[in-house]
Design a protein around this ligand. Structure first.
Ligand SMILES: [Zn+2]
Length: 233
């Protein structure tokens, strides 16, 4: 069950509260025996490695590096590991194994994705299904890539009072979210509120508005977001 709306701005503590876990690692396969959770977070001064495709319905998530040990060469120069020295699967290996099952037509792992936009600012990116995984060369080494497809959020919470039209959520790329956050000064464009914010499509996706350009995205507080939904309905 999705606790947040796609594009909702939350705190680290809200995220941990919803997941009932103190989230530290980026990849959490079947967290606490339940569904999986992935955290997106850009390293300072590093390019984005996760990509949004298909107009905002597909996320390509990069796997995790080997743990860095003091005094050893940077793990950014070695292949991302599938297995631990013990032979057990790493998180990369576990997600890859689940993706292989999905690719053969089997079960698709349900995965909730959160993104750390800035210090203390997290965004819920939605509930996805894991559909593919592969390895590719990047910077002279092999990295894992995972394909995740956004579930129409209506399917995730049947019985919700929200109208189907407004459930056609689309993922907003990180660089667009960051540009909007900076342009709008981290507050609602309709009032001074700085909490309960939401990345809102100025023109809804269902009416042809894009998720991929900052011009069509704005920050709205919960109150103004609801007021806008009521107006559209
Ligand atoms: Zn407002």
């Amino acid at each position: 069950m999705a606790e947040f709306d796609v594009g909702e701005v939350i705190s680290y503590l809200q995220m941990c509260g919803a997941e009932r876990a103190s989230l530290q690692a980026g990849m959490n396969f079947q967290l606490r025996g339940g569904e999986s959770v992935l955290l997106m977070s850009r390293r300072p001064n590093a390019p984005y490695v996760d990509r949004v495709l298909d107009g905002g319905t597909t996320l390509i998530y990069e796997g995790h590096d080997a743990p860095q040990h003091a005094g050893e060469p940077s793990t950014k120069t070695v292949d991302q590991p599938e297995r631990l020295p013990s032979g057990r699967l790493t998180q990369n290996g576990r997600f890859a194994e689940a993706a292989a099952i999905a690719k053969r037509g089997g079960r698709r792992e349900r995965t909730r994705v959160y993104e750390r936009l800035l210090a203390g600012v997290w965004v819920f990116n939605g509930v996805f299904e894991l559909t593919d995984a592969w390895r590719e060369a990047a910077g002279g080494r092999q990295v894992f890539k995972f394909r995740l497809e956004l579930i129409e959020s209506g399917a995730a919470d049947a019985g919700s009072s929200r109208t189907p039209e407004l459930r056609h959520d689309r993922l907003i790329p990180s660089e667009v979210k960051l540009a909007v956050w900076r342009r709008d000064g981290g507050r609602c464009v309709a009032c001074p509120a700085t909490d309960n914010l939401h990345f809102d499509h100025v023109i809804p996706f269902s009416r042809g508005g894009s998720s991929l350009v900052a011009e069509n995205i704005q920050l709205l507080c919960a109150r103004h977001n609801l007021a806008k939904r009521d107006r559209i309905e």
